[in-house]
Write a protein that binds this ligand. Structure first.
Ligand code: NAD
Length: 484
């Protein structure tokens, strides 16, 4: 694979690549630190142009039948699958995630969303309510122009998870990828046009917070869907509220993974690995607080240490590599800071902890044991490959401790006791939970957070509620009476 990823132009507006903007946006390959492309940040005129294109395209797009819109989305899913390798290689260069992962979890997941919501498009509708002779019905209508704003960890997946339900409902979208990973959303825009989407239905503008802020407050925008951190979510939610815009907020987490004495240790270790080290730990729903019941603590740590010998850290373009670099210098420094805090506050380092010297942004998979609830590494989202293992004695105790956080994105439990598994998940204060697995997010099931981790849900039928609204139509069958 050669590193030649410079796109035709920086933005995609009204069905075509558009160049413009003033400031340069360098794109860096995280494995080497090399600049592999240079784009431009959008200026205000480009943002306005993209919104205007989406606004102009929306009525005709909404007027198509659901079958017609769905067909286009499903065709886009097929094209995405055909180009999976090319898209995965691009995503690997942009994010640093191993090709082994991107081949199965990025464009493939985006294609699933396009296929699923493409299939749902024809089924969307309202209900009929009989009121004696009169009756009412509801129409499910599009919101209008939606803005999507992405994080850098799953760029094409995030763009597709937002675009697919938005477009299925008859909305149009302006998407702003993270400034750290601007490339693959442009490919989604290309693919949608190729699949037959009219110009302006899906547009991409590049930029950082300032461009995001302009999109969120634009008077022609009806809805904002953000994937990002809690601090950004608070700002975007507040800005959207000023215009009473609809929002979906997919934010950060510090999720608990609770492992009881009776669990299958091998599976629990697998889940802890997936939930802490996949994508070098840069996953919002990661189970970074691993609560292990005292009876199996040593067995768990011993087996985890053995399994960590299987880490193959290296050039993410090599399909045998299963652990890549972090996305940026900044992110690796944030993680180094947390590791230093963990050591200073008395956590026991049992694996990793070191940055790999040389070019690129490499951090070893790191495990701390004997972590307590008030240590910084147990309280704050690190967004890197750092697992904290905490001990517990009883079910009641672990539920209280698992929930003692402002976050509420996800939670998992491992136990062979069926009743306990359901009892525990029912008490988790989290939007997305798993029993005897972790971090599986198929498009058919709703995904999202509680408390500070989010508002609304992506995926599943639930997402439709967040990209459409109901209009009520009351139909009188007789005369209209009045008091005078
Ligand atoms: P971030 O909050 O720094 O940025 C997210 C996006 O918001 C970027 O595109 C950024 O340019 C934009 N932005 C920043 N300020 C803005 C503003 N004032 N107005 C509008 N847009 C603005 O997050 P990040 O560092 O890119 O991603 C990591 C975070 O995302 C982590 O907290 C992670 O947990 C979270 N995340 C959540 C999910 C989820 O589905 N819940 C998925 C992936 C990542």
């Amino acid at each position: 694979m050669t590193i030649a990823v410079q796109p035709t132009a920086s933005h995609f507006i009204n069905g075509a690549y558009v160049e413009g903007g003033s400031e340069d946006l360098p794109v860096v390959f995280p494995a080497t630190g090399e600049v592999v492309a240079t784009l431009k940040l959008a200026d205000e005129a480009l943002v306005d142009q993209a919104i205007a294109a989406a606004k102009a395209a929306q009525p005709a797009w909404a007027a198509l039948s659901g079958v017609e819109r769905g067909r286009i989305l499903r065709r886009a899913a097929e094209i995405m699958r055909e180009r999976n390798r090319e898209l995965s290689e691009l995503e690997t260069i942009d994010t640093g995630k191993p090709l082994q992962e991107t081949l199965i979890a990025d464009a493939a997941s985006g294609a699933d969303a396009l296929e699923y919501f493409g299939g749902l498009a024809a089924t969307l509708g309202g209900e009929h309510i009989q009121l004696g002779a009169d009756f009412a019905y509801t129409r499910r209508e599009a919101l209008g122009v939606c803005v999507g704003i992405g994080a850098w960890n799953y760029p094409i997946q995030i763009a597709s998870w937002k675009a697919a339900p938005a477009l299925a409902c008859g909305n149009t979208m302006v998407f702003k990828p993270s400034e750290t990973t601007p490339l693959s959303a442009l490919k989604l825009a290309e693919i949608l046009i190729e699949a037959g989407a009219p110009a302006g239905v899906f547009n991409v503008v590049q930029g950082a917070g300032a461009v995001g802020a302009r999109l969120v407050t634009h008077p022609d925008v009806a809805k904002v869907s953000l994937t990002g951190s809690v601090p950004t979510g608070r700002k975007v939610y507040a800005a959207a509220a000023e215009g009473l815009r609809h929002v979906t907020m997919e934010l950060g987490g510090k999720s608990p993974l609770v492992i009881f004495d009776d669990a299958n240790v091998e599976n629990a270790v697998s889940a802890a690995i997936n939930g802490n080290f996949y994508s070098s730990g840069q996953i919002c729903s990661n189970g970074t607080r691993v609560f292990v019941q005292k009876g199996i603590k040593e067995a768990f740590l011993t087996r985890l240490a053995e399994r960590l010998k299987g880490v193959n850290m290296g050039d993410p373009r090599d399909e045998a590599v299963n652990f890549g670099p972090m996305v940026s210098e900044r992110q690796v420094q944030i993680v180094e800071g947390y590791i230093a805090k963990g050591l200073a506050e008395g956590a026991r380092l049992v694996a990793g902890g070191q940055r790999r010297e040389g070019a690129g942004f490499w951090m070893e998979p790191t495990v701390f044991a004997d972590v307590t609830d008030t240590m910084t590494i147990a309280e704050e989202e690190i967004f890197g490959p750092v697992m904290s293992v905490l001990d517990f004695d009883t079910e009641e105790e672990v539920i209280a401790r698992a929930n003692a956080t402002d976050f509420g994105l996800a939670a998992g439990v491992f136990t062979n006791n069926l009743a306990r598994a359901h009892r525990v998940v029912a008490q988790f204060k989290a939007g997305t939970t798993w029993i005897n697995t972790y971090n599986l997010t198929p498009v058919e099931v709703p995904f999202g957070g509680s408390k500070m981790s989010g508002v609304g849900r992506e995926n599943g039928r639930a997402a439709i509620e967040h990209y459409s609204e109901l209009k009520t139509v009351y139909v009188a069958m007789g005369d209209t009476e009045a008091p005078f």
